[in-house]
Design a protein around this ligand. Structure first.
Ligand code: GLA
Length: 400
């Protein structure tokens, strides 16, 4: 059974708690990468109320108005999140000289996330992923003796929840402020049978921007029937965004001695292979580009983290050009390290930036792909009466 905790959300959702730190001062932003949509964060409301601000982010193709919320801290760090797909659209963090820059790939309005080109490319920029992150072989699995067939959207397989995953739905949003920072609680009820999954799944995700420049993502879910789930966030990072065309010079460390070997359709074979002596060995820092040519297609694999439960390190990244660092922690057993291999320059994002191959990398904290069909992998089953709870944290810093 995946990690359980029955009262995990209380600490971050109690209303009325005032954020101690003042926020909302305008950082010396890198104009080339400052998201225009974050402008409302400069309003008097943010400065006085210490609550996230919101602004219209456009209408979805079915006419629903969605919002963009800006979370800020006293260091001038800002995260913008829309309730369409629970998508993280920008994150402004300082470099080694204190200059702010946006380290997230994304668009200026909701239509960017719904354009035919975006849907065809399917990169899932910044979105919350569910009900099941990554692939399920043949779009089929059995649970408690019953066979289920899912919507297939990736060749023979189901990827990231199916045709209309959690990345493509409108979440109910509730801005708040907790002792550790401004937060946004997003809630979604996934119906019994949605995309083929059993059980009504009630999901709450709380994003919190902390005083120490971390974006914390707290996931909770309950179900009324046995089901499977694998929740994650699909942010693409480029710590030199606005200046760096790709992330090949970023240095990555993954505390993982093994990875899950995949077949031609990126489904795990079940083998957990030692990384030692292979281009998958990131137990010590390596530039992404150093050995990527030896990996057909580029990195798009699940690493088996050396620690599987409790809060543990999942990845660290360092960009020598800007000095920015990213530390990822999680309580999940795996991490999908994906190097934007399918980006090909057809998508133009914020401020007209063209997203070419390897323009960003993803660090998706998760259970292993296709776990419902792999009895030796940690279980992704959730039963009625139990509460799934998981926290992953993306913390930014600098190295001088
Ligand atoms: C995950 C998958 C990749 C790709 C991306 C989205 O990381 O493993 O193969 O589908 O999502 O483009």
């Amino acid at each position: 059974m995946i990690s359980l905790r029955r009262s995990g959300l209380l600490a971050v959702t109690l209303p009325g708690l005032l954020l101690l730190a003042a926020c909302g001062s305008n950082p010396s932003a890198d104009q080339t990468s400052t998201p225009t949509a974050s402008a409302p964060a400069d309003s008097a409301q943010t400065k006085s109320a210490a609550m996230p601000t919101s602004a219209p982010f456009g209408k979805t193709t079915d006419g629903t108005e969605v919002q963009l919320f800006t979370l800020a801290n006293a260091n001038g760090v800002r995260a913008t999140i829309t309730n369409y797909g629970g998508t993280l659209t920008s994150l402004l963090v300082p470099d080694k000289d204190g200059k702010m820059g946006d380290v997230i790939l994304g668009f200026d309005n909701v239509s960017g996330y719904q354009s035919p080109e975006f849907l065809k490319a399917g990169p899932y920029f910044g979105a919350l992923i569910g009900r099941y992150g990554n692939r399920i072989k043949g779009g089929k699995f059995s649970l408690e003796g019953k066979a289920y067939t899912l919507a297939k959207n990736n060749g023979p397989n189901t990827l990231h929840g199916g045709l209309k995953g959690f990345d493509k739905v409108v979440w109910q949003a509730e801005p708040g402020s907790a002792t550790d920072g401004q937060s946004l609680k997003l809630t979604y009820v996934s119906k019994d049978g949605e995309e083929g999954y059993p059980g009504t799944l009630t999901v709450a995700v709380v994003y919190t921007l902390t005083a120490d420049n971390a974006l914390k993502i707290d996931y909770t879910a309950t179900t009324d029937k046995a089901t499977v789930l694998n929740l994650t966030n699909h942010a693409y990072f480029n710590l030199n965004h606005g200046a760096g065309k790709d992330v090949l010079n970023h240095e990555v460390t993954l505390p993982a001695d093994r990875y899950t070997v995949v077949d031609a359709t990126l489904i795990p074979t079940g083998e957990l292979k030692p990384v030692k002596g292979t281009p998958f060995d990131f137990t010590t820092p390596h530039a992404i580009g150093e050995r990527i040519a030896q990996v057909p297609g580029g990195y798009d694999h699940n690493w088996v983290l050396n620690t599987a439960t409790g809060e543990h390190a999942a990845a660290t990244v360092y960009d020598p050009a800007t000095g920015r660092t990213l530390e990822v922690t999680t309580d999940q057993p795996g991490i999908q390290f994906y190097t934007g291999n399918f980006l090909d320059g057809t998508l133009k994002g914020k401020g007209g930036t063209v997203y070419g191959k390897h323009a960003g990398f993803c660090l998706e904290t998760q259970h292993f792909p296709d776990s419902p069909n792999q009895p030796t992998f940690p279980s992704t089953e959730l039963k009625p009466g139990a509460t799934f709870h998981s926290v992953s944290t993306y913390k930014f810093g600098v190295r001088k």
